[in-house]
Design a binder for this molecule. Structure first.
Ligand code: SF4
Length: 357
């Protein structure tokens, strides 16, 4: 389907008009020009909604006001501030990039798209956002919001998760962007997608682009954008045994071969299905410990993009010596708030007063 130049111009004019006159979405990083802070906000907002990311952005920019502060921070402290955002690889890459920019580039954040996209943890979307917001460079962002707005306004049904779809939408987004106001254009389309043209119930009645939106006129908003395949979601069952001895809790750091790398957790045993207290107690690794009494302490479900984690919690007091994996250690309860945990573990510790926040 070919889109005329006039129609493209009309879209951009309507979008920018809405942005300048009626877009009242106010977020602290929107008026920011410091590339370091823009980069921080973009890393925090990958896979995270703006309102959820906001307190993290404030905490990071207050604790580490410059890239040198972040680069010099201890991993453990940064992970603790990141705690709750999930996707810990983002945090790991963020630290690596901060140290690279601080040490190898003398603290100067790169100023071209190609140099920005070459940094660790930065893909085309984040690079375009930083390039346009910090330097006004003409690079259009393309993300879920953009796919949604463009596929609906122009009624494009090419699946957005195919090579063809990605190419088509990237080219269209670039064509539509007003080169002299790339920052406003990118901000506008992201905000429209996040606040008006939302995934399930778009507010078409209030939308400034309604008059020329084909999906709206033809009643197709819920059919667009099109995806060719569904995400396969697997369920995993984690069983946590919280061992307590003399006011200390046994904790280990998760390794690099799985989710939640470098975060701490109690003794964990994964099973193929949900187990109750008696089935858990009978697991060979648990039975070997020879504990007198194990109590069931609750269950929590955490949804990630490709998996659902169901965590069951059990507790036990340890009277004497126990043979436990070598990678763990007994941690004083008063020090437990200094350590980073997966969200599900943190919630359990807080709810059950292991950690007083
Ligand atoms: S009219 Fe509706 S579908 Fe079209 S751009 Fe606006 S919110 Fe989205």
């Amino acid at each position: 389907m070919s889109i005329t130049t006039a129609r493209k111009r009309y879209f951009t004019a309507e979008l920018l008009n809405w942005h300048h006159n009626d877009n009242d979405r106010s977020l602290p990083w929107k008026s920011e020009k410091d590339p370091y802070k823009i980069w921080l906000s973009e890393i925090i907002l990958q896979q995270t909604r703006a309102l959820q990311g906001l307190p993290y952005y404030i905490n990071f920019t207050t604790t580490y006001p410059t890239i040198h502060h972040l680069a010099a921070a201890k991993d453990e402290d940064v992970f603790r501030i990141w705690q709750g955002l999930g996707y810990y690889n983002r945090c790991k890459n963020m630290l690596a990039t901060a140290r690279f920019v601080a040490n190898e580039l003398n603290g100067q954040f790169p100023g071209t798209y190609d140099d920005i996209v070459a940094l660790k943890g930065i893909g085309p979307y984040t690079a375009a956002a930083i390039a346009s917001f910090a330097y006004g460079l003409p690079h259009a962002v393309v993300d879920g919001n953009v796919y949604r707005v463009l596929s609906r306004y122009f009624a494009i049904d090419t699946p957005v998760d195919t090579t063809e779809g990605k190419k088509q939408f990237a080219q269209l987004a670039q064509d539509l962007m007003a080169a002299d106001s790339s920052s406003a254009y990118n901000q506008a389309i992201m905000d429209l997608g996040a606040t008006v043209c939302s995934p399930r119930n778009p507010s078409c009645a209030l939308c400034a682009l309604q008059k020329n939106c084909i999906a709206y006129k033809q009643g197709m908003t819920t059919m667009l954008p099109v995806k060719s395949k569904k995400v396969q979601v697997a369920t995993r069952y984690f069983n946590y045994l919280v061992l307590e001895k003399d006011g200390k809790i046994w904790l280990r750091k998760r390794g690099s071969k799985d989710i939640w790398e470098n975060l701490h957790e109690p003794l964990q045993i994964e099973t193929q299905k949900l187990v109750d207290r008696s089935a858990f107690t009978a697991l060979p690794d648990v039975a070997l410990l020879g504990l007198k009494e194990i109590n069931y302490a609750g269950k929590d479900t955490q949804r990630l993009t490709h998996r659902i984690i169901i965590s069951s919690f059990f507790t036990a007091d340890v009277p004497g010596e126990l043979i436990l994996p070598e990678d763990g250690r007994w941690t004083d309860k008063k020090d437990m708030n200094k350590i980073a945990y997966p969200k599900t573990v943190l919630d359990f510790f807080k709810k059950n007063n292991y950690i007083i926040s």
